[in-house]
Design a protein around this ligand. Structure first.
Ligand SMILES: Nc1ncnc2c1ncn2[C@@H]1O[C@H](COP(=O)(O)OP(=O)(O)OP(=O)(O)O)[C@@H](O)[C@H]1O
Ligand SMILES: [Mg+2]
Length: 240
């Protein structure tokens, strides 16, 4: 089983945190234990998208540097019983995090969870570099415009150089009507540009925007077409 997943992007705001949350909840609905780790230090969002912001005491940085033990930094989601999260530090870390700190934390999380989803910062920063040796699956979230696709391809090339075994991309905020009218980059064309494999496409939908804003993942709605889409994506990941 390939169980350490990095969710990355070239540009900011493509939907990494939204994707990490809903993928994690979708995988958990198959009875798997999931932890979603916010590595976007200084830009904490993950806890908000699950409505857990009131429960953060210790964060990923504290767990990485041994300021608390791993269990103390884990927050349980009451709505998705197989999901835990680790929030990012609200400020940038004072002391340097080392690759061995990341390796130790991930090893411990592997012993407790079936899947570890790392919600990364945009681009290729220090935190992405130090977790890269431990990643089994790299997923780059992009939106269908040329600049974002080019930056996504650069991040994917970095994952390739770092020998990440399984590399995918997800097209988010796709607008079918614009694609049909030739006003948005077509999925086929994105696939010719990207060197990794397509994992799925997620439509631009105001309900997704509302869901992150109110802190209730969109996959909480069992019959929504977006939920079905996420369940399909989750199944693909579990087959890797
Ligand atoms: N498919 C979608 N349809 C509509 N809105 C979306 C969709 N995906 C994400 N959003 C919205 O876009 C915004 C950015 O999403 P998100 O925070 O997940 O991006 P991110 O890549 O994690 O950003 P950052 O790079 O800052 O970490 C949020 O307001 C979210 O609700
Ligand atoms: Mg984010």
């Amino acid at each position: 089983m390939s169980n350490v997943i990095l969710v990355a992007s070239g540009k900011g705001g493509t939907g990494k945190t939204m994707f990490s949350v809903n993928l994690g909840c979708a995988i958990s609905s198959f009875g798997k234990k999931v932890v979603i780790v916010d590595m976007d230090m200084g830009m904490r969002n993950l806890d908000m998208y699950l409505g857990l912001e009131g429960q953060v005491v210790y964060d990923t940085y504290d767990a990485l540097k041994g300021i608390c033990n791993t269990k103390q930094a884990l927050i349980k989601d009451d709505n998705f019983k197989n999901v835990h999260i680790m929030a990012a530090s609200p400020i940038n870390q004072q002391e340097e995090v080392l690759e061995e700190d990341a390796g130790k934390l991930l090893e411990e999380l592997k012993s407790k969870f079936d899947y570890i989803i790392i919600d990364g910062p945009p681009g290729i920063g220090k935190n992405i570099e130090l977790v890269s040796p431990f990643i089994d699956i790299g997923i780059v979230v992009l939106t269908p415009d040329y600049a974002t696709i080019r930056d996504a391809d650069s991040v994917d090339s970095f994952l390739l150089r770092r020998r990440v075994k399984h590399r995918y991309y997800v097209v988010n905020k796709a607008v079918l009507d614009l694609e049909k009218r030739g006003l948005e980059v077509k999925l086929d064309e994105i696939d010719t540009i990207m060197k990794s494999k397509p994992l799925g496409a997620i439509a631009y939908d105001e309900n997704i925007h509302i869901s992150t804003n109110i802190g209730v993942p969109i996959v909480s709605k069992p019959d929504a077409y977006i939920t079905k889409n996420f369940l399909k994506i989750a199944k693909r990941i579990m087959e890797v």
